[in-house]
Write a protein that binds this ligand. Structure first.
Ligand SMILES: [Cu+2]
Length: 252
């Protein structure tokens, strides 16, 4: 025990200023983020996105299902993004300003902000690729896994708890008659349904170490001091010391 403390106390002292400088208590509690994707605009469907951040590098793992499968006889492209710089939430139905029953991408923007990252299956991940349907996942479901470099603004948004995942592309038959006759607010050559939000989920930081153990016990991690300490240790890359802390904390 004493040997462990001698290791931990200097590390904790080093980690504390980082934790204090981070602002909101939850901001730096872990390098993993998660979003539960819920339907928007009367769609069926659901999904989950996990993002593991290491510097500006993000490993994104995502699954969703239940979306529109066909568009003009081909697999329905579902452009998807991490939106940043808004309120960090998904819009409610009250965001529908023109009364067509659909929260269009731009109507939802005050809630989730503009595109920060395009979650394409290949190539460009910048906002410029935001409506490139050729590199979007398509069909009723997807299992997505890609390691990408995030713009620093997106990293900051994750830490500020204002990053939101939006998957676009609605089944036109589920929209109102008025909406079915409208053009996309993003790509005027497409119908409104093609680009409107279908799934949305705010990304939130997960507790440090909360995803990697597989032991089913996170009891010791509920102590906020240990969370900050573990976060600092993760930053420092001292995995062995972290493991010791966690085993001690579970016993305590
Ligand atoms: Cu989007």
């Amino acid at each position: 025990m004493h040997k462990v403390l001698r290791i931990l106390v200097p590390l904790a002292a080093a980690a504390a200023p980082l934790a204090l400088a981070a602002g909101p208590a939850t901001a730096d509690s872990g390098s993993s983020y998660q979003a539960t994707l819920n339907p928007l605009n009367h769609q069926s469907g659901s999904g989950m996105l996990m993002l593991t951040l290491n510097g500006n590098t993000a490993k994104v793992t995502e699954s969703w299902s239940g979306l529109a499968g066909q568009f003009n006889g081909a697999p329905f492209p579902h452009v998807q993004h991490i939106h940043i710089g808004g309120q960090g939430v998904c819009p409610t139905a009250s965001a529908d300003k023109n009364g067509d029953g659909v929260v269009s991408t731009t109507e939802g923007a005050p809630a989730y902000g503009p595109i920060g990252t395009t979650l394409s299956v290949t190539g460009d991940t910048s906002p410029a690729a935001g409506t490139d349907i050729k590199i979007a996942p398509s069909g009723t479901s997807t299992h997505y896994s890609r390691t990408i470099t995030l713009d620093p603004k997106v990293v900051q948004s994750l830490k500020n708890d204002t990053a939101v995942v939006v998957v676009h592309g609605d089944d036109p038959t589920t929209l109102s008659k008025k909406a079915q006759g409208e053009k996309s607010d993003l790509v005027p050559s497409l119908p409104l349904a093609a680009t409107s939000p279908a799934l949305c989920g705010a990304l939130h930081a997960m507790p440090a170490g909360g995803v990697s153990t597989g032991t089913g016990s996170t009891a010791g991690m509920e102590d906020s001091g240990l969370l900050l300490l573990a976060g600092g240790l993760l930053v420092a890359g001292t995995g062995t010391a972290l493991f010791t802390v966690r085993r001690r904390s579970v016993k305590a």
